[in-house]
Write a protein that binds this ligand. Structure first.
Ligand code: ZN
Length: 268
């Protein structure tokens, strides 16, 4: 029997202005200042139903007013329904939504998906509900980037659609979740998807920039445990042919005819 192979399409669900220093541990980067980054989700096609990895933010206004973060925008055509419509899909068509983690820019769109099962690590939901640290950070963001409304939806209105997993789990043949505990968040997971171009790792924010983090071995600036982060990057590099972070604009360049956009291959 031939192995299942999937196609992955990045969806642009708005953008945010953030400091470049977020890309590197201890700001070990030559570049400083703000940068506009996309907020991506990934559509995985080829299974019994369309799968979405991450779901974007609840609203740009909320990111700025409640979380007190810098400019956020959802330009016309980049709302979740509009982005899905570009590929002939409606929110109701999404049967599974895998959440790499529950930060506001990844788990905000869950309530727009009426028929999805939500796959999230139990440790991540617990951490989002009862986050460590102060409720408001001086430089912005409440609750270490978790949104109480997203947590409330997952533990109440969407609760019957939530599938908690603990550790590594095969979702479908060729689609695997791997837990990287205490990396970008306590329960961050990467989703490894088999494609015709190789294994794609959808890594959430464990990696922000493949060149700055994976190539140089300097982890991104926002993490819980440095050793866990270093081990995760090593493991991702070993397992993946292509690594797709959530906020690296390079994922959206250059548009190839086959509509597949590999970022970087390590096994050439
Ligand atoms: Zn993010």
């Amino acid at each position: 029997m031939s192995k299942a192979v999937y196609k992955i399409v990045p969806l642009r669900l708005g953008e945010a202005e953030v400091g470049k220093v977020l890309d590197a541990f201890w700001s070990l980067t030559k570049s400083s200042g703000p940068i506009t980054v996309p907020i991506l989700a990934f559509l995985v096609l080829g299974g019994p139903h369309p799968i979405l990895v991450d779901a974007g933010m609840r609203s740009a206004e909320r990111a700025m007013s409640v979380h007190r973060l810098g400019p956020h925008r959802v330009p016309i055509g980049q709302s979740l329904p509009e982005a899905l419509a570009l590929h002939g899909l409606k929110p109701a068509d999404i049967g599974t939504c895998i959440l790499t983690h529950l930060h506001y820019d990844h788990a905000g769109g869950c309530e727009a998906l009426p028929n999805a099962r939500f796959i999230v690590q139990r440790s991540e939901l617990a951490a989002a509900a009862a986050p460590m640290g102060p409720k408001i950070l001086e430089f912005g963001s409440r609750e270490l980037f978790y949104d109480r409304l997203d947590v409330a939806a997952l533990v109440h209105t969407l609760w019957d659609q939530v599938d908690l997993i603990e550790g590594d789990e095969e979702i479908l043949e060729g689609i695997d979740c791997v837990l990287y505990a205490n990396t970008h968040t306590p329960g961050s997971q990467a989703v490894y998807v088999r494609t015709a171009q190789g294994v794609v790792a959808i890594v959430g924010d464990i990696v922000r920039k493949v060149d700055a983090n994976i190539d140089t071995g300097i982890p991104a600036g926002l993490f819980y445990d440095l050793e866990s982060m270093m081990r995760a990057m090593k493991d991702i590099k070993k397992r993946a042919d292509i690594i797709w972070p959530t906020h690296d604009p390079v994922v959206l360049e250059p548009i190839r005819e086959d509509d597949f956009l590999p970022l970087r291959s390590f096994k050439t």
